[in-house]
Design a protein around this ligand. Sequence first.
Ligand SMILES: [Cu+2]
Length: 153
Amino acid sequence: MTFRHGFLYGTAAGLTAALVIALIAFFVTDPVPAVSAGGQTRSPAAPSAGAGLPVGIDVKARHRGSLKVEVTARVSTKTYDPLSRAGVVMYADMVAMPMAHRLGPIPMKEVAGKPGQYAAEAQVPMAGEYDIQISVQRPLPGEAHTRLDVGAG
Ligand SMILES: [Cu+2]
């Protein structure tokens, strides 16, 4: 490698590092919390999923056909241990029609042999995109959301 190439590579690497630092500074110092495009305006005080909460919630939702929605939530403590015998409920609300036909609270049952894993099924009234909300009520509070496209058929 010639000196010239080495110089160019060095400059490029330096610029990249500067850009990365600038980007990090931009995000770290941003005083306005990012608001999701969906606009979670009905619960402005609720913290965003996961951040700073005493419980961790990993939500998965899928459409099983015929407007049946299957939801599972893995609930864990701050130290990633499965949280057993928790009180967990779910809600399903259509994104395009907030509160028009919201379902819930639907109790979620802990799956046998899978500590900390909770499951529930819901039958939504029409096809569309749904916000699935998981609320852990005890022993510690927690909330998480996921989006699910429920197609016709
Ligand atoms: Cu609807």
